[in-house]
Ligand binder design. Sequence first.
Ligand code: PLP
Length: 841
Amino acid sequence: MLFKTAEEIYLDANATTPVLPEAAKAAHEAMQELFGNPSSNHTSGLRAREILESARRLAQSVLGVTSDQGQIIFTSGATEAIQLGIFSCLCQLKEQRGQFDPSTATNIHRINSEPFTADVGNEANGVNSPKRFLLYGATEHKAVPQALQHWNRLLCFGAEVTAIPVDRKGHLDLDFLSQHVPLADMVCTMAINNETGVITDLKQVEATIRKSNPDVLWMVDSVQAIGKIDMRLGSTTIDYAPFSGHKIYAPKGIGILYARKSAPIVPLMAGGGQEHGARGGTENLPGVAAIAAVLQQLTDSPSRSFNDQQTLEDYRQRLIAQLKTTFPSLVLNAPLDTSAPTTINFSVQGFSSKELLDLFDAAGIRVSSGSACGSEVVGSYVLEAMGLPRWQSEGAIRLSFGPLITTAEIEAACQQIEQVGFALCESCLVVAPQASVDRRPIDGLVQLKNGSTCTWLLFDADSARCLIIDPLPELAPRIASLVRCQESHAIAILDTHAHLDHHSCRTELLTELGPLALPSAHNADLLGWPQQPDGTLELADQTIAPYLQLGNKVLAQTELPGHTKISSAYLFGPLNDGKLKGKLKNRLDGTPIRMTQSDVKFAFLGDTILMGGLGRSDFPTSVPDKMYDSLKRISRLINPRTIICPTHDYTNGFATCLAAERTQNELLNRVLSESGIDENDFLIRKREMDARITQSDNMTDIICGHVSDSIDESVGDLLEVPKHGLQELLSRQPNVLIVDVREPHEFVFTLDWKAAGFGCPPISIPLTRLTGEIPRLQQLSENEERTILFLCRSGKRSSKAAEVAWRNGIRSVGHVAGGLALHTSIHSLAPQSQSDVGYVI
Ligand code: PLP
């Protein structure tokens, strides 16, 4: 199937909008021609001042207020406008209470790093006075609670900053509000939520507040509302309303604070008296000119919005219908009837928001995993406040379009979302409803992760057989759909040990896979090892081990007690010299087949050796005195570069090897050294290490091993190819092998690699397959002296891949800093031909 990467489809308007051409033109004019200082009294200044004042008049008109009702103050954005409102409110209250004279500011002296709590003395009101509150909606943009905390602390205000809870639909708890508002010094709510689009019924909130506290200062964050709904404020009792230019097609760096006539303004910045004394500093005139051009469009609309609600709702319905076709298990995270039609917040069971975001981005669709400011944070505090389950909050995607979007753009977005669906089917992440979609065969090791826990899958494409190791319940749907879509048959579903931190989903998988789970997978012991393995072989320490055959490779099983009493190690690799072909078939001939140290390419050791640490041995099921021998035994069974695949990856290191561990895993190194440590000393040290886990980790999750606090993360000279450095590098070093570590469903949306300066398409080794490909990369690096250069979307995954490769002995390795995002222009996004799609080496 031919995947087309669209030119950029921008569906993240709640984060920022493009700039309206009229706004850009006005800003340009203000820079090139009308560049005077609005405070100057000559003609250039007067012309500039007119831009400023006419913008103010336009803002008044859009907001439906006269100069008698309130003032318009231009700021750098909404965050500043929020600070100005909150600062002014708290200063005035302090002043009224005789505690603070803003003109001298003499008592702003105690900068306490801890926020005040109610019990720390309510100094604003005297020790015995009742608690006072600064109230804000629990789903407010972070700028609001952060600013409340900040000024409460800095001004020694002493109130309790308290969130007003919301219900499942994101609506404020009005009972809570009416209970607390009599003792509130300020109330902050929002008109439309930036993550969910949920609209607040401001009339209801106003009635609740004013019923019992007519004078409390009330701020309404209106950033996401202007241009979408009518925000005429003149007839309301809203005291402060912040707005932001870059959410309404003006550039970044310009915002507005509307302040009701009776609401105090205490300048945050003192200076030349600009903004009628409310904000010192020469005004951002290009920004003001730009926002004026946008406001002009809004004043021309009787509803004060860019587009009519029904059109926008139709667009939203069209997008939702397409999304549901692509992701049949999609759930919406906010009610449609009370949210702005320009926002869709959804989750898809089994997918993290990071995965979805990467996928959409690869297809040229820009969406977000929550608010742009919090995109690095796992989970959405907004959805958590609404009481949504964790998977929904951690998997949330926000798709938001600007009210000026066109039908053609919506159609293009839908077409591209359809392509996303095909890509997911091809890479077996969802099972294709359309028989026509090709699936990409998987051959080799796949590493799936949920948090820090790993499941390992071994596929053999030719024989359509697979092995599953340490299956996690959270990953069960993904494992099942991969196996099913590959039409592979599970020979065994194994666990390295009985895990204490999670249960194995072997039983669920056996049912889920139906006939794809072979009889050997059913007739198995407690850890899933088949009662009738394919035979036995001799391991490098001359012990005899049963094995299972997977294509032309074997998986041998041996006991490895320590972390738990019943623990298995699984050793996987091809047997050299055609041993497998010849002898396995004739295993009754009496000669044992040998699996040497270097035959073992991958060792699944459960929680015995972790990256930078050892599995703990203080569980009730542990046998600490066996661990020492188990560690020594491992070094006899595998070679220093055998890839160790752990069950837990607490350092996000993917996989390791004995050579690497001996440099960063001190106790292991001592066990393995000639003049190392005896068993008694090891037990003492190990006990101390295990004790530190429970002492230092106050997490509720069970930690299965100790990872050194001083783990050596340093990696050698990793090559960092900067923006514009790629071509020069490729011409200097033609032996560079570029490896794209994005997942297959991202890689199919490739681009015009030549135009992007890559010479030819890179090869694809998705991060989930990286561990499995390390032995081959080691060979390429050693035997062919190739430099390996990893590439991804943003430079994060590629930098991680380079570290993993380096730790596993590949020395000439690096990554493309900034990833495809910086190394490609929108113009190099182009349909690729089928032959351009390389796959694993
Ligand atoms: N309030 C809301 C609801 C927002 O969405 C944002 C921006 O995301 C802000 C405040 C902060 O706006 P600015 O970027 O102009 O500081």
